[in-house]
Design a protein around this ligand. Structure first.
Ligand code: CA
Length: 361
């Protein structure tokens, strides 16, 4: 086996030298790259984990086998919340997670996953690709030797699973809830106790009463974790995650050591998965919701309007303070909030007006 690998490498090497002369057939030749992908998700977890698998497979296919990416679930190579450091130091070449997990590295990272009452998936992609979003994100991660790429979006998430009704703001008082990022900070200001736990720990924590409530993603993923067995009420909307971008973080040195075409393949494979996952959620959430309601008799509730209103007020407070904390956060906030203002004007008379019209019909 070893000998055969050696022969392959030797053969590939000599072909690579002649690549300029041998024409199109030489595209498959040249050095081979074996990458490791670490993720914050349980291995093969529907949607999140399978998107990471898809990204790895796509890079392999698009490169004609010149690149091979092996995916590791949370805890297999490094724990979920250590993937940022692992990719930064080159233990793995690529990671798949969500930027708000890294607020300990930089508060501004949270803008690149999702912002409570902020941009929807469609608007977020617009800010990232056609606004300043991705450029700012690249500037931030550059300081850690990483290159970010949007690589999935969940769409609007659900509010979460609760063991008691939320009828007023007072019901959030003392509530111990798993809710990451800025949503967690809003809950804290509303009197709750936010905690962050990796997905794989949610069910047991909720069942054992370590937490009183949890949000995760949406029906498709929440059904997969069986969260309906540990809590009675399922609240919406996920004001705290209106269109969460998942990320690929790529070790900068590893990326720049690739030939230009492979660099493009890696980044464009991320772009494919970014759209693909949103389509998958849009298709699978409604079916999973039906199962939750019809087979598992989940009690679906909408957050009361006055609770939403107060959470919105707290969100503005949290964001303004975040913007004041350091110059980079200020810069990102300025870009994000201007984009949101403009996007809203358009969304109100396009998406929102249309959805309302459809609803009336
Ligand atoms: Ca979530």
């Amino acid at each position: 086996m070893q000998r055969r690998d050696f022969m392959k490498k030797a053969g590939a090497g000599s072909l690579a030298l002649g690549a300029g002369l041998t024409g199109s057939g030489a595209a498959q030749a040249g050095p081979k790259y074996k990458w490791k992908m670490v993720t914050t998700w349980p291995k093969n977890f529907p949607g999140l984990g399978t998107a990471a698998n898809k990204l790895a497979a796509l890079i392999g296919e698009m490169s004609g086998g010149r690149m091979r990416v092996k995916v590791y679930g949370a805890g297999e190579l490094v724990p979920a919340f250590e993937i940022f450091d692992a990719v930064s130091r080159g233990t793995a070449e690529i990671g798949h997670g969500a930027a708000y997990y890294w607020k300990g590295k930089s508060e501004a990272a949270q803008f690149f996953s999702t912002v409570p009452f902020g941009l929807t998936a469609q608007e977020m992609n617009a800010w990232l690709y056609y606004g300043d979003g991705l450029e700012l994100w690249t500037e931030l991660y550059d300081g850690f030797g990483l290159v970010p790429a949007p690589a999935g979006n969940t769409g609007v998430q659900m509010g979460g699973w609760f063991n008691k009704e939320i009828n007023s703001l007072a019901d959030l008082d003392g509530l111990k809830m798993r809710i990451p990022g800025l949503g967690g900070e809003i809950l804290r200001r509303a009197g709750g106790l936010p905690v962050n736990l990796p997905g794989g720990e949610l069910f047991v924590s909720l069942q054992k009463g370590v937490i009183d409530a949890t949000e995760w993603v949406g029906p498709y993923n929440d059904l997969a974790f069986g969260l309906y067995k540990a809590a009675k009420y399922y609240y919406y909307p996920g004001f705290h995650e209106p269109g969460t971008t998942l990320e690929a973080m790529i070790n900068k040195a590893a990326l720049s050591s690739l030939p230009k075409d492979l660099q493009s393949i890696v980044l464009n494979a991320c772009k494919v998965v970014n759209q693909d996952l949103l389509s998958e959620y849009t298709a699978r959430n409604p079916i999973a919701l039906e199962t939750l309601l019809n087979n598992h008799k989940v009690d679906l509730r909408r957050y009361p309007d006055d609770v939403i209103k107060e959470l919105y007020r707290l969100a503005q407070e949290v964001l303004t303070e975040l913007a004041g904390r350091d110059p980079f956060s200020k810069k990102v906030y300025a870009s994000y909030s201007l984009f949101l203002k403009q996007a809203r004007t358009w969304s109100d008379i396009s998406e929102l007006a249309y959805l309302k019209a459809r609803d009336q019909a």
